[in-house]
Every structure is written in structure tokens, then in C-alpha cells.
Design a protein around this ligand. Sequence first.
Ligand SMILES: Cc1cc2nc3c(=O)[nH]c(=O)nc-3n(C[C@H](O)[C@H](O)[C@H](O)COP(=O)(O)OP(=O)(O)OC[C@H]3O[C@@H](n4cnc5c(N)ncnc54)[C@H](O)[C@@H]3O)c2cc1C
Length: 398
Amino acid sequence: MKNGQASVDIAIVGAGPAGLCMAAALADFGCSVVVIDPASAEQLAAPAFDGREIALTHASRRRLQALGVWSQIEPGDVSPLRDAWVFDRDDPTPLAISHQDGRSEQLGFLVPNHAIRQAAFAACPDTIKAASLFGRRVVQVDQGDSRHRLTLDDGSSLEATLVIAADSRHSATRRAFGIAARQRDFGRSMLVCRMALERDHEQVAWEWFGADRTLALLPINGGLGSAVITRPHAEIQALAALEASAFNEAVTELYQQRLGRMTLASERCVYPLVGVWPDRLVAPGFAAVGDAAVGMHPVTAHGFNLGLASVEILAESLQRSQNGGPFVARPSALAAYQRRHRRTALPMYLATSAVVGLYTRQGPVSSLLRRAALHGAHRLRPFRRLIASQLTGKSPLG
Ligand SMILES: Cc1cc2nc3c(=O)[nH]c(=O)nc-3n(C[C@H](O)[C@H](O)[C@H](O)COP(=O)(O)OP(=O)(O)OC[C@H]3O[C@@H](n4cnc5c(N)ncnc54)[C@H](O)[C@@H]3O)c2cc1C
């Protein structure tokens, strides 16, 4: 075992943004922490573009600032998200959520996922990085009474008092702790890529719910937009395989020239859409964070925002239960984490599933409901303020 360290207080499985932020949150705990991930340190230090542009709320920015991650993000990588407009089919009246509804200069911030990952790796404390096991994957978990044993793909193993699963929505670590999860395959895939736009996006995020597709356009600095196209998997694969000029034609047509001609400006990335809701987030000496705690459909852009909340809540719950002695993962602290995180995540998960259901179902009833929902919401300023205030963190009461 590297550094002769075969026993640690906390082992974090997964060095995605949630796992690395968790490591940063544990920096001052005074306990030994390792992160394990199949990617090498070099790959984690310079992750590749993956098409995702992450819409962050003001609360998430504050959390990233507190973890020392925000200051590691290049300012040019942060695109302002001023307003959001949501359209139903060809109805010209959108549900317009303005920054003024949120009593802030902008509703949120768009940062490419690879830039968040890079910044989170840079902010991960050097002591944790030095002890970590990069380039290795956890292949087996054996639960013990007070410590758990993790076996890695190079045959080595280590023991940990607390295992934190940050290995994404289909978490094998969570499964190894006997935790079942409900999955919902939405039967759709999402294609994401950057497009150069002929017209100014004015920092507005657009979302169109069409008869057979959902389209979004996220405003990126430099006259770019992130195209987000949701269709059945085979159609997304066909779109992704088109030669660039045919793709430009097809996307410009899909977006009905609303932002003029659109020209491919990045590689295209495809994600199958599956929501995951685990039965529990904790077990003795175990907790799940990030997508391993709740796997959201990306349409409402909550995934990493909830991931950051999970990191903050788990760190706070653990911190409160320490009394200056050796590290312990008290069941009461883990239970408190589960309770608090679920209180935040459940309404988001249910609301997102309802939105996806409403916009995936065809037929006159769904169509009427969609129209009524958007028109009603548009007319009701308090409702728009409520949505906007969730993004900006300002009171909706003015
Ligand atoms: C198209 C798209 C758009 C999105 N847009 C938004 C948005 O606008 N706003 C928002 O908040 N969220 C958004 N999300 C969600 C966001 O991307 C995720 O919530 C976030 O990336 C999850 O981070 P994570 O660290 O939990 O998981 P991941 O990033 O999946 O990282 C998991 C890590 O675990 C490692 N791992 C897996 N198995 C093992 C093992 N056995 N041993 C060791 N390591 C292992 C993997 O190598 C990986 O590094 C979007 C998602 C998609 C797909």
C-alpha cells in the first residue's frame, strides 16, 4: 500500500466533483482521508471537456468559495445566467424567470463540468492527494463491525472507519453496503455540445418543450451556446454521428433559427437519462454523497447543486459529533445527514420527475396541463419569485 498506509479514518470512493469537494470539506478535521479513483492524478489535474455546462445557484457558489474551489476556476470559464425562459411548443409566451424576480443581478452561473473538476482537484489538500490512491478502482467491499475493508483492482486493500461513496448514481459501493435503489430509465438520451451563435443570447437560458423533444440553449461567454437536445436514444446517436455541416443544418433547424445560424464549436457528448433514488444514504460506517445519494434528471439542473449540499451537510454532521478524540462515524451523525439531505433532495427529485413526466407524455390532457402550468406560472409573480429566489438565495418576499 502506498505510504505504507493500510488503515485510514475516511476513504472516499470516487474523485468526481462530489468526491473531491468532500475531501476539501474534510481538510481541517484532523483525521486521515484518502480518495480512490481509476483516473490518474495527471488525468484528474486536467480533465477533458465533457459537454456538460453546470448551472450553479448562488448557494452553490458560496459553498465552492468556502471549499476554496471557486477561486481555482478561471473567471472566463464562468458565464452569467441572467434570466431563464421556458416555452411550450410554439406558444410564443414563455414562463420568464427574471433575475429581478430573484432580486439579484443574475439567476446563477454556468461553469463547464471539466473546469469544476479541475478546480476541485486543485483545491483538494496536498496531504490528502499525497495519500490518495489514484489510478485504482475499488473492486470489493467487506463490511466489518467497526472498520470496513476495501480491495482495489491492483490486489491491495485498506481499512476505513467511514467509507463515503462518491462513485456516481450507479454506485457499486452503495450496492456493496446492501442499499437498494429505485431507478427510472427515461428512455431518452441527451446530446450536449457548444455551438457558435449568429444572434446574441443576452445571457438568457432558453428551454423549449416540444411535441417530441426537449431543447435547451445555455448562454456561454464568447457568443457560444450550449445546445442540450433530448430525444430517444437512436435519434440522438444518429444526430451525434452526422458530419459537422449536416449537424449544423439539423440543429439550426431544430432551434427554428431563433438564434440564427448555429455552428458546431466543440465535440458532441451523449448521456442516457436515468434517475436514481436510493432507499437509504447511510449504513454503519457508510454514507453516500453526490450522484450516489441522488441521481437527478439534468432537465432542472439540480444534480451537482444537490451534490454540494450533500457534501456540506455530511461534513457538518460529522463535525458536530466529534469530541476531540479519535475519529468516529457516529450513527446519530450519519442519521442526521440522511434526514437533512433527504429533506432538500426529495422535493427536487419529485418535482423534476413530475416535470419530465408532463413534458414526455403526449396527448391533449398533458398538453393542456403544460399550457395551463406555464401560463399560470407566468402570470403569478410570487411563483416566479419563489423559483428565482431558490436560485439566488434571496428572500422571495422582497
Ligand atoms: C448533460 C448533463 C448536464 C448536467 N447539468 C447540470 C447542471 O446544470 N447543474 C447541476 O447542478 N448538475 C448538472 N448535472 C449533474 C452533474 O453533472 C452531476 O451531478 C455531477 O457531475 C456528479 O458528480 P459526482 O462526483 O457525484 O459523480 P461523477 O462525476 O460521476 O464522478 C464519479 C467518480 O467515481 C469514480 N468511480 C466510479 N466507480 C469507482 C470505483 N469502483 N472505485 C473508485 N472510483 C470509482 C469515477 O471514476 C468518477 O470519477 C448534469 C449532468 C448531465 C449528464
